[in-house]
Design a binder for this molecule. Structure first.
Ligand code: ATP
Ligand code: MG
Length: 418
């Protein structure tokens, strides 16, 4: 991509209303722009990252054997009345009427819709277990949207739903999702922790949240200082505190801050029973299904990754989700034909081997080019200048390297893709 053809919307100043570092950097790097409270437009730079996160999530879900579907965002009230949640769900549920005066909501989650689908499509135990997922926009009228896309009102979620006849089968899929989530967060290079969780207004019995550890996290996690025990402090009725004994009886608790990026639940028969989702079992008798549901905050993950990966100069993207892999910065290309030719040549060659390269072909001062490349967090930087070309060399610097190094122009591509 040539910057001259790209909407690079970087800001020099820190936006005054952005409290956490990821929100500041997403605005400064030109990844998103606010439209209204909790509503954001994704600019080209931000969308490239969001799509990469989405594709890692999709890839790991597919590998787990789950199948992708896409359900409507707008949902009829009747299904929510059947499950009983039309009256239980508070003002977070955005409700509205169509032209025929029928009631609808914009989906904050999709248990009712999937249960309706399954009760119509699945007839026999032989079709089970099944795990269906979607990656889709949700709306929750959050009382306090904040921290940019971290707590938006409209946000991108991966939600999946599994259906079973036997508890042992639900346990198996639950474990598989636990592993799949760990794979996803590892591929994103995140430091995370799975913790026991409260079930909130979704119901059910067993659940774990996945938290990205960060000071700015809205949740407090109590963890055993020597054992494996970890839980959201919400699970303790009387709150809990550092120094309290750990429920595993092995040690004392300490408290860390976390950003919830994923949540897996065993829902049991709550929705299937209320909505009459059953199949014929091996003996030909009708049996009510049991269900698990599994969410990932895809857009929130972008912000959470920044919370863990930044320095004073900007974002430090992990290779797996960087908007571009290489920043190609020619020095005074508009005056030097030789620099221009070498830069154009390297740009074409990098693209030919499939490297996402951002070519700074603007008439900008070197300082501006360097600052922009660091701010938007590109993992590799290649500088081409007259002096280097005298020795057939370019200057290379990794985003985390302290110093740059000179590399022969013939070797640079292998060095990058190596
Ligand atoms: P929270 O406790 O943060 O409000 P939740 O428990 O209500 O989240 P879930 O119903 O478990 O959320 O939704 C699945 C995932 O969707 C969450 O783990 C989180 O990563 C993401 N998510 C939830 N609410 C928001 C939001 N307002 N903005 C962005 N992502 C969100
Ligand atoms: Mg949750």
């Amino acid at each position: 991509m040539r910057i001259s053809h790209f909407l690079l919307a970087t800001l020099k100043e820190n936006p005054a209303d952005a409290e956490v570092i990821s929100h500041q950097l997403m605005l400064r790097a030109g990844m998103v722009r606010r439209l209204a409270a909790g509503l954001y437009t994704w600019l080209p730079l931000g969308l490239r990252v969001l799509r990469k996160v989405e594709n890692i999530v999709r890839d790991e879900m597919d590998k787990s054997g789950a199948q992708e579907i896409l359900m409507p965002a707008v949902q009829p009230a009747e299904l929510w009345q059947e499950s009983g949640r039309w009256d239980q769900y508070g003002p977070e549920l955005l409700r509205f009427k169509d032209r025929h005066d029928r009631e609808f909501c914009y989906g904050p989650t999709h248990e009712e819709i999937i249960t309706n689908l399954i009760r119509n499509e699945i007839r026999s135990y032989k079709q089970l277990p099944i795990n269906l997922y979607q990656i889709q926009t949700k709306f929750r009228d959050e009382i306090r949207p904040r921290f940019g896309i971290m707590r938006g009102r409209e946000f991108l979620m991966k939600d999946s739903y599994s259906f079973h006849l036997e508890q042992s089968s639900l346990d198996e899929t639950y474990e598989l999702m636990y592993k799949t989530y760990s794979n996803i967060f590892n591929r994103l290079g995140l430091k995370f922790r799975a913790v026991l969780a409260d079930n909130g207004n979704i119901g059910g019995s067993r659940s774990h949240e996945f938290h990205v550890l960060a000071e700015s996290g809205e949740d407090a996690i109590a963890y055993s200082t020597t054992g494996d025990y970890a839980a959201n402090v919400e699970v303790f009725e009387d709150g809990v505190k550092a120094g309290d004994p750990s429920p595993d009886g092995k040690s004392v608790l300490d408290i860390a801050r976390g950003i919830e990026v994923g949540h897996i639940f065993q829902l049991g028969d709550k929705y299937a029973k209320a909505m009459g989702a059953s199949v014929l079992d091996e003996d030909g008798k009708s049996a009510t299904l049991i269900m698990g549901c599994y969410g990932i905050g895809v857009s929130r993950l972008v912000a959470a990754t920044i919370e863990q990966n930044h320095d004073k100069n900007g974002i430090i993207w992990p290779e797996s989700i960087a908007p571009f892999s290489v920043a190609l910065l020619p020095m005074n290309m508009h005056k030097s034909q030789r620099v221009r030719e070498a830069a154009e040549d390297l740009y074409n060659k990098l693209q030919a081997v499939g490297v996402d390269v951002l070519f700074d072909d603007r008439k900008e001062r070197p300082g501006v080019m360097f600052a922009n490349a660091e701010l938007i967090g590109i993992p590799h930087r290649i500088v081409i200048g007259e002096r280097g070309l005298d020795k057939s060399e370019v200057e290379y610097k990794g985003r985390l390297d302290e110093k740059s190094q000179n590399i022969s122009i013939d070797r640079i591509i292998d060095f990058i893709i190596g």
